[in-house]
Design a protein around this ligand. Structure first.
Ligand code: ADP
Length: 354
């Protein structure tokens, strides 16, 4: 059982504050992903939870117990690092046994736990190898196995897939998801990759510059992003944000036409958010819609993304059928699927509801 509560957490390195007051609740058995651009404070927050760095301000509770001053080894938390951090002179078995022995477990119990972890992670044929005799994916499985034998209440994983190539990343991602289902522990996973966040998380925490922008399920974040930062960060190709002026129920862009997208929020100056599947293209200009020009097309087999530069300079991606044809530089008209547009404040970027 592991329920975490972060209240007003701040972190300063010398005089620089890098976390500005983090409030977050994490439930038992939840798979939580911290995601955000490089440098936003994800790893720092994970290290505070692990106890590897002291918390400057605020409180961290685990199952109702204040953890701020509890030593890392006594928190019931295990961390898996991006760099694996295996002992090069020890074989796989010894690497996995080391931490368990430090916990004071007797020999049969250490052996039992290693056998269980090795079986779960399919490491049995590799137990006598040294880390240098393993592939990147195998090393990462050993690092996870080493955390597993400690039977922690909470698993912390810091960018565990970033040293793996793309194919292996997908495999290990599936293994981590399976592991979470099998062991049922609470997992906190750090990544800058929104696809990893979307595919693994029960709950995503989107961070930016030392603050939380939004907490929610993958579906919440995709369907109702709280602001333009989350809107542009989650989803690929990214949501286009078009600055528009509302007049008489229609939205206009600078030097490029106007469009009726249904019910509008009250403000007159808005940012219109368009995901690729909400954008419809027609060859030629004139009539209802924003005018633009095709920049290039990404053909992906089952569909294609056509990138269009609107008359005001904004780049918009449209998902099209693979056989639809849009020539580079061709003039096009952009319309929007009714009800599929997002609206944000032009002032502070917050989501507006019609
Ligand atoms: P992320 O994991 O999101 O990439 P980090 O948590 O590693 O970001 O870093 C957040 C900020 O804190 C960055 O600006 C980084 O330079 C700074 N930082 C991290 N660790 C230290 C440290 N030990 N000393 C000083 N600054 C640090």
């Amino acid at each position: 059982m592991a329920q975490l509560s972060l209240r007003g957490i701040k972190k300063r390195f010398r005089n620089t504050e890098v976390l500005h007051g983090i409030d977050l609740e994490i439930g038992d058995r939840e798979f939580v992903v911290f995601v955000g651009p490089s440098g936003c404070g994800k790893s720092t927050l994970l290290r505070l939870i692990a106890g590897l760095d002291p918390i400057s301000d605020g409180e961290f509770f685990l199952n109702g117990h204040r953890m701020n001053d509890v030593a890392p080894s006594r928190r019931g938390i295990a961390m898996v690092f991006q760099s694996y951090a295996l002992y090069p002179h020890m074989d796989v078995y010894e690497n996995m046994a080391f931490g368990a022995r430090l916990m004071g477990l007797d020999k049969p119990e250490v052996e039992r736990r290693i056998a269980e972890a090795a079986q779960m992670l399919r490491l049995e044929p590799l137990m006598a190898r040294k880390p240098r005799e393993l592939s990147g994916g195998q090393r990462q499985r050993v690092a996870i196995g080493r955390a597993l034998v400690r039977k922690p209440d909470v698993f912390l994983l810091d960018e565990p897939l970033s040293n793996l190539d793309a194919a292996l990343r997908a495999d290990v991602r599936l293994e981590i998801a399976r592991l979470h289902r099998e062991i049922g522990g609470t997992m906190i996973y750090v990544t800058h990759d929104q696809v990893e966040a979307m595919t693994l998380a029960d709950k995503i925490v989107v961070m930016n510059a030392g603050r939380i922008e939004q907490v929610g399920s993958p579906r919440d974040l995709y369907e109702t992003p709280a602001n333009t930062f989350v809107a542009a960060f989650i989803g690929s190709p990214r949501m286009a944000l078009v600055t528009v002026t509302a007049k008489d129920g229609r939205l206009g862009i600078d030097n490029g036409g106007a469009l009726d997208v249904g019910v509008l929020p009250g403000a007159s100056s808005l940012r219109l958010g368009l995901r690729p599947d909400a954008v419809k293209l027609a060859n030629g200009v004139g009539g209802e819609g924003f005018s633009g020009q095709v920049v290039y097309t990404e053909y992906l087999g089952d569909n294609a993304y056509v990138y269009v530069r609107l008359a005001d300079g904004t780049l918009v991606a449209a998902r099209t059928a693979p056989n639809d044809h849009f020539e580079p530089d061709a003039p096009v008209t952009v319309t929007v699927t009714p009800g599929a547009a997002h609206f944000f404040s032009a002032d502070d970027g917050r989501r507006l509801v019609p």
